[in-house]
Write a protein that binds this ligand. Structure first.
Ligand code: PEP
Ligand code: MG
Length: 661
């Protein structure tokens, strides 16, 4: 028997919900399948469920066959329709997908000067966790694991299956033991829990057992099964699921090591300040490693959204990942210098480079210590004007870092990550909760939320982007939002709802024409009327625009009459004024905010805003540059928003300027 329904599980059946669904399904004797778009998978395998990529609001069918089929269907449909009902009180570990991803990073990382470009012995990878490090190389290249490569005799098979099952249980209990340790942080706990789920999943164990029954030795069977499942994860068009391929390999490796009676090469003895070098490090290994001692991480595999990157970032360890085969050049390195801002690694640096890096590391530490007194400072000019120094963030996880730094609110909340980290478009409720949490965290300071700024270069699930010759000049930001009122209105409604909880302001990205502001206002009014009619609490918000296109600069006096504030986006403004792609290192020299053309555009914007009496701020990376802050303030800017790491330095620069009078 079967029954269809619309899935109401927030974010769909990804990691944890998939595990919950499986737990429920396993409570029934019947064979149970979940069917989507004609594809049926066992409801008792979380890996298979994840690979089915079921999203919120999609239609699925639950099919059951067995003595308790009716009860199974009732329970599973009940979960899909109302996932919160009847849940045990199992604490929700932080899902790996809820950790900061690459999308938080570009502004913080991409803008920093490529300090080591052009040096000898230099390698380039993915800038996955910011900061500089130099130290002894700790090469972690565990030997490849290989099976026996012979076919088992029929009489050996049962024993091999027993050995395999015992190895799986050993790995599971090791992971359970790790999860029971208080020392594991919430983020790391979520990561280990995701690995444990894979180790416990029938897809991996079932496929491996099938291979053993076919005469493969257990190690070969695990290697093949893990590779097959990892390949399926890699093939899905979803970053989160792609990263699970590494998890499957990591779990497979652990099972193989137990089968072979080997211990993995331990990271226990990594020397203080060493740079960990590996082709691939299992998140499981890294989470258990003495992270405080690790100076930096360099890895052949991994990208900015991999678990290694997430762990490195959350522990403040600089990391360069995704070096591919280049990492082999580091196997015999004695010392390594790495620049996690630019994604550079230098093998056995010469004396000058050593001194340079040692200087950077020391200077960074000294500066950090000396700046903390500015955390609580409210920078005020001689004439009494307060300059708000706010933070740019992209996820709720960064609130603490912003508060710790002394942010006077949020000058740019990039909402892209909210859209990119999920397998589907975020719901209005989920967005409203997120924006409200921000508003509450910083009240009475303002929180400026930027509406979705996305284009074909950063596709997200749920929006079809056309292939474009020049995505940076294409269907992105406010252009896309106005063409998709279904998506845009959901965000605007969420913002109106969140405004009840604090000082929410909203700004529009990529504005190049006044009509874009006017059309947005019409939608905001529509949303307000709808919420009112529905009796949903809501409040108004100030609407501002980012000034990041030359067109916006040129019409700034007109725009200023219709918006509450300007925020200058120097990252894009520089690339558009200079016609120099911000991601293209070949034209990096032109991509310079201090070019007189760009500075003049900033000045024109400031003049227009000041003349109209509206606030002019800046949220591009230039806002955090101590060498430019005085110039911007003199132009009339009263708000500067930057990555949390730059806040105290910026406050210091403003105070110094004020002291000079
Ligand atoms: C900018 O363009 O300056 C900006 C702040 O936005 P983003 O870097 O997200 O494009
Ligand atoms: Mg921009």
């Amino acid at each position: 028997m079967e029954r269809s329904t619309i899935v109401r599980v927030h974010e769909g059946l990804h990691a944890r919900p998939a595990t919950r669904f499986v737990k429920l399904a396993k409570g029934f004797e019947s064979d149970v399948e979940l069917v989507k778009d004609g594809k049926a998978v066992s409801a008792k395998s979380s890996v298979k469920l994840m690979l089915l990529a079921v999203k919120e609001n999609q239609e699925v069918t639950v099919r059951a066959n067995g003595a308790d089929a009716i009860e199974a269907i009732e329970a599973l449909i009940g979960y899909l329709e109302n996932p919160r009902a009847g849940l045990d009180d199992e604490a929700e570990p932080q899902s790996p997908a809820n950790d900061a991803g690459q999308e938080v990073l570009p502004a913080a990382l991409a803008e920093s000067a490529p300090a080591v470009l052009g040096r000898a012995n230099g390698l380039r990878g993915v800038a996955a966790s910011e900061g500089f490090a130099i130290g002894p190389a700790f090469a972690h290249f565990p030997p490849d694991i290989a099976g026996q490569g012979r076919l088992l005799q029929a009489e050996e098979i049962a024993g091999e299956i027993d050995r395999f099952r015992a190895a799986v249980s050993a790995v599971q209990s090791r992971m359970d033991h790790a999860l029971a340790q208080d020392s594991l942080s919430a983020g790391d706990r979520g990561i280990v829990a995701a690995l444990r789920d894979i180790a416990a999943d029938d897809s991996l164990t079932g496929e491996a057992e099938g291979l053993i029954k076919g005469g493969n030795d257990a190690v070969s069977a695990v290697i093949t099964a893990a590779s097959n499942i990892a390949a399926e994860f890699s093939a899905v068009d979803d970053h989160y699921l792609n990263a699970r391929a590494d998890d499957v390999h990591a779990v497979g490796r652990q099972i193989c090591l137990v089968l072979l009676g080997q211990d993995d090469v331990s990271l226990e003895n990594i020397p203080e300040g060493a740079i960990l070098i590996a082709d691939d490090i299992g998140a499981w290994d890294l989470a258990r490693a003495p992270l405080k001692r690790i100076g930096g991480v360099v890895c052949g595999h991994g990208g900015a959204t991999s678990h290694i990157a997430i762990i490195a970032r959350s522990h403040g360890i600089p990391a360069v990942l995704g070096l591919g085969g280049q990492v082999n050049a580091l196997r015999t390195a004695r010392d390594v210098a790495l620049d996690g801002n630019a994604g550079h690694v230098i093998i056995d640096p010469d004396e000058a480079t050593r001194a340079d890096f040692a200087g950077r590391v020391e200077a960074a530490a000294k500066e950090r210590a000396g700046l903390t007194i500015f955390k609580t400072v409210t920078p005020k000019l001689a004439d009494g004007r307060i300059i708000e120094v706010a933070a740019n963030i992209g996820s709720l996880e960064e609130i603490e870092a912003a508060q710790e730094a002394g942010a006077m609110g949020i000058g740019l909340f990039r909402t892209e990550l909210l859209f990119m980290r999920h397998m589907h478009l975020p719901s209005e409720d989920m967005q409203a909760e997120t924006y409200a949490a921000l508003a509450k965290a910083f009240a009475p300071y303002p929180v400026i939320v930027r509406t979705l700024d996305i284009g074909g270069d950063k596709p997200i699930a749920g929006i079809e982007f056309p292939d474009e010759e020049n995505p940076f000049l294409g269907w992105r930001g406010i252009r896309m939002c106005l063409d998709r009122p279904d998506i845009f209105k959901r965000q605007l409604r969420a913002l109106l709802r969140a405004a009840v909880h604090g000082n929410i302001k909203v700004m529009l990205p990529m504005v190049s024409d006044l009509s874009e502001v006017r059309q947005t206002r019409v939608l905001v009014d529509e949303c307000t009327a709808e919420l009112k009619a529905e009796g949903v609490p809501h409040a108004t918000f100030d609407l501002g625009v980012m000034i990041e296109t030359p067109a916006a600069v040129l019409i700034a006096p007109t725009l200023a009459k219709e918006v509450a504030f300007f925020s200058i986006g120097t990252n894009d403004l520089t690339q558009y004024i200079m016609a120099a792609d911000r991601l293209n290192p070949t034209v990096a020299k032109l991509n310079d905010v201090t070019n007189p053309a760009v500075m003049s555009a900033i000045e024109m914007t400031a003049k227009a805003g000041v003349a109209a009496g509206i606030m002019v701020g800046m949220c591009g990376e230039a806002a955090g540059r101590p060498d430019l802050i005085a110039t911007f303030v003199k132009m009339g800017l009263t708000e500067l928003s930057m990555s949390p790491a730059s806040i105290q330095r910026a406050k210091k620069a403003i105070m110094a300027m004020a002291a000079e009078g």
